[in-house]
Design a protein around this ligand. Structure first.
Ligand SMILES: [Zn+2]
Length: 150
């Protein structure tokens, strides 16, 4: 559960629009069967993309200040967010998923570059045949049954 991250955020919509314009289709949105419900999922290629807001997910590039009031509360909350994100990425990677994190600021700065990143990732996955024949359902159930802790 990501209580703090709403679906269909503005950066996510911008990215999806750009993907559509580039002819990239066939992905799922907010795929609940996977750890962290990745925002954009190319399931046959096992690519999970998270579009992260810089404030909530504590973008390392933006390095935003903590709120001045209730600083301890926010620090704990953000630390928990970071830890949850990392847990989700580890779960996916251990199930042979390729995880790509795209930050809100990346999208604002250079949207086209993010589309190119996704395009080349899809090509790479094809080139090296990382995908397995194992049904996606099974992998997702494994994740739920055997949670990993880091
Ligand atoms: Zn950022």
């Amino acid at each position: 559960m990501r209580g703090n991250k709403s679906k269909h955020t503005k950066p996510e919509l911008l990215l999806r629009k750009a993907l559509w314009a580039s002819g990239l289709r066939g992905y799922r949105l907010h795929f609940k069967k996977l750890a962290g419900s990745p925002d954009i999922v190319f399931s046959t290629k096992k690519i999970a993309i998270f579009v992260n807001g810089c404030f909530w997910h504590r973008c390392p590039k933006c390095n935003l200040n903590l709120p001045k009031t209730n600083t301890e509360f926010w620090k704990d909350k953000f630390d928990a967010n970071i830890k949850r994100d990392q847990n989700n990425y580890v779960k996916l990677i251990r199930s042979n998923w390729t995880v790509l994190t795209i930050w809100e600021c990346d999208i604002k700065k250079n949207l086209k570059e993010q589309v190119l990143k996704i395009e080349s990732l899809i090509k790479d996955v094809n080139a090296y045949s990382i995908t397995t024949n194992e049904p996606l359902q099974l992998a997702a159930e494994d994740l739920l049954t055997y949670g990993y802790n880091i």
